[in-house]
Design a binder for this molecule. Structure first.
Ligand code: SF4
Length: 275
């Protein structure tokens, strides 16, 4: 089964597009070549990408361009906070490229973004989706007190290195926040994983305290060399969703789901998340 994505460009899509241009802001929606972009933007639910659009990590499933180093734009947090206020977002997801070239790996920039959003839009819930960082920098992230902390494991242990990730390091990141923040993670299916490995991964995520899980179908972005190994059927998604529920996750599991997919975000009430 190949995934068919509805093409929809409405007036809100153009509103978001114009805002991004004027504000000189980036989204992971565009940079990752996400198939949901028309739909999420029409729902006024873009996911912002901070700290540049060149990543210092090369993941083979990802569309982002690689660079050993990059610039930091100190005005970006304020422009982002103003954009969030302009769109009147109840919930916003902010993510970044990995910045190994910076001593703090971008942690203080994340913190500034959260602080300014809190200042300009006090009722907006903020989720930050962070890359792997060192412990000292995770402490800075923790001090920014986001409503939800996301870090994506993406795949099973056996395939992690192959796609440019470090399974154990990611579990360490999530484990750092265990009991301190609500944590969320994402898995992509279709990279060549086996069912038992998926189940083991769910158990590993549970072990490190993750409470919210998103699971979607991997689709090869245009700049990614990693092929889709399998398209999962609806009933297979249902089975994985059942496992996750049995393990106690709040889970969103279907082919279109991504960490920041608007169908996931809109289930979060404006006052407090349902977990
Ligand atoms: S799923 Fe996330 S990355 Fe994709 S378009 Fe929606 S908000 Fe953007």
């Amino acid at each position: 089964m190949k995934l068919k994505v509805k093409y929809k460009k409405g007036k809100n899509f153009f509103k978001v597009k114009a805002l991004l241009k004027v504000s000189n802001l980036k989204t992971i929606c565009e940079e990752s070549d996400c198939p949901n972009v028309y739909e999420c933007w029409e729902e006024l639910s873009p996911s912002f990408l901070i700290l540049g659009n060149y990543c210092t990590q090369k993941c083979s499933f990802c569309n982002l361009k690689f660079s050993k180093e990059g610039e930091i734009d100190p005005e970006e947090p304020l422009r982002l906070a103003r954009a969030v206020r302009y769109l009147n977002l109840k919930y916003v997801v902010i993510t970044s490229v990995r910045r190994r070239d910076l001593e703090d790996e971008g942690a203080n920039h994340f913190k500034r973004c959260v602080e300014l959003i809190r200042e300009l839009s006090p009722s907006t819930k903020v989720e930050i989706l962070i890359p792997v960082m060192e412990r000292e920098n995770l402490k800075v992230i923790l001090s920014s007190k986001p409503d939800v902390l996301s870090h994506n494991l993406e795949t099973v242990r056996r395939l992690s290195k192959r796609i440019g990730r470090d399974y154990e390091k990611s579990l360490e990141v999530l484990s750092f926040f265990k009991g301190k923040l609500i944590t969320k993670s994402n898995l992509m299916l279709g990279l060549g994983e086996e069912e038992e490995e998926i189940y083991q991964t769910l158990k590993d995520l549970k072990e490190v305290g993750v409470s919210i899980l998103t699971v979607g179908q991997y689709l090869k972005p245009k700049n990614s060399p990693y092929p889709v190994k399998k398209y999962y059927k609806e009933e297979e998604f249902k089975r994985i969703e059942r496992w996750a529920k049995e393990l106690g996750f709040k889970v969103f599991c279907s082919p279109r789901v991504r960490t920041s997919y608007h169908e996931v975000i809109k289930l979060f009430p404006s006052q407090s998340p349902p977990w």
